[in-house]
Design a protein around this ligand. Structure first.
Ligand SMILES: [Zn+2]
Length: 263
């Protein structure tokens, strides 16, 4: 049975049509029961050519996919039904959960990414991503703080969709969680190699927000990766892995403004 037979029309009206990928399975919860998506994860393809990226996501050899694919011109395809578990997150973690593929809907945005010099996302593409996210978040009631970058859930391995991605614009459209970043300036900061209680406190704040970061009291590679991931999403002006005053204040403001969960 193909996706086309099961799903004659795209789940989202923003998608023009279905272009099926075979790379998906059943969504499962921790007990092996059924799981509904309550997260949205954004990616860039990181390949020079959108068509090649699309073919890769639909090739059974690749073992990767996403629910949606957004071209530079704003054209949107659905590759995997939303009810199914697409293979986009890989080894990842958020808010104590590690099977992010079962928990999430994934969107691949065609962009060459860091390897291709990080070209800006064209306007029609951003408009399409915003419309698609709005639709998905509304239908699945996905809370703002659970709209995330691939880099947020896999900071050690991934940096997509990158510090060019307009999270502020998405937030202005009612999608995701974002606060205006505190100005970059002087003040106390923590950096790689530091250790002790202040580093513990920093790690605890990131873990409280959802990042998969052990609280060790040592500003190690994992801590630096999480700081970079946070900066890519929330303090894009400077992505350097150093927890400066602006980074700390922005993180604190973000936690303080987190919407109360609705049961
Ligand atoms: Zn990705």
């Amino acid at each position: 049975m193909t996706s086309l037979e099961r799903l004659p029309a795209p789940d989202s009206k923003v998608a023009a049509k279905i272009f099926p990928s075979p790379n998906h399975g059943e969504r499962v919860d921790n007990n092996g029961g059924p799981r509904l998506p309550d997260m949205l994860v954004l990616h860039y393809t990181g390949m020079p050519d959108a068509g090649e990226a699309l073919q890769w996501l639909c090739n059974p050899i690749s073992q990767v996919s996403a629910h949606y694919f957004v071209f530079e011109n704003g054209h949107v395809l659905q590759l995997v039904p939303e009810a199914r578990r697409a293979w986009h997150a890989g080894r990842s973690s958020w808010d104590g959960e590690t099977d992010i593929n079962s928990a999430s809907i994934g969107i691949e945005i065609a962009n060459p990414g860091h390897p291709g010099g990080m070209p800006p996302y064209p306007e029609p593409q951003i408009a399409a991503v915003v419309a698609l996210c709005r639709d998905i978040v509304a239908r699945w009631r996905i809370p703002g703080p659970r709209v995330l970058a691939h880099s947020d859930i896999a900071p050690d391995r991934k940096c997509d969709p990158g510090e060019n991605f307009p999270w502020e614009r998405l937030h202005a459209a009612g999608v995701g969680h974002w606060v205006r970043p505190a100005a970059v300036g002087g003040g106390r900061f923590l950096s790689p190699g530091d250790r002790g209680q202040p580093v513990e406190a920093l790690q605890a704040m990131f873990a409280l927000y959802g990042y998969g970061l052990p609280i060790t009291g040592l500003y190690d590679n994992s801590t630096e990766a999480v700081v970079r991931a946070f900066q890519r999403h929330c303090r894009q002006e400077r992505v350097d892995g150093i927890a400066d005053a602006s980074t700390l204040t922005t993180l604190r403001d973000l936690i303080a403004s987190r919407p109360v969960a609705v049961a």
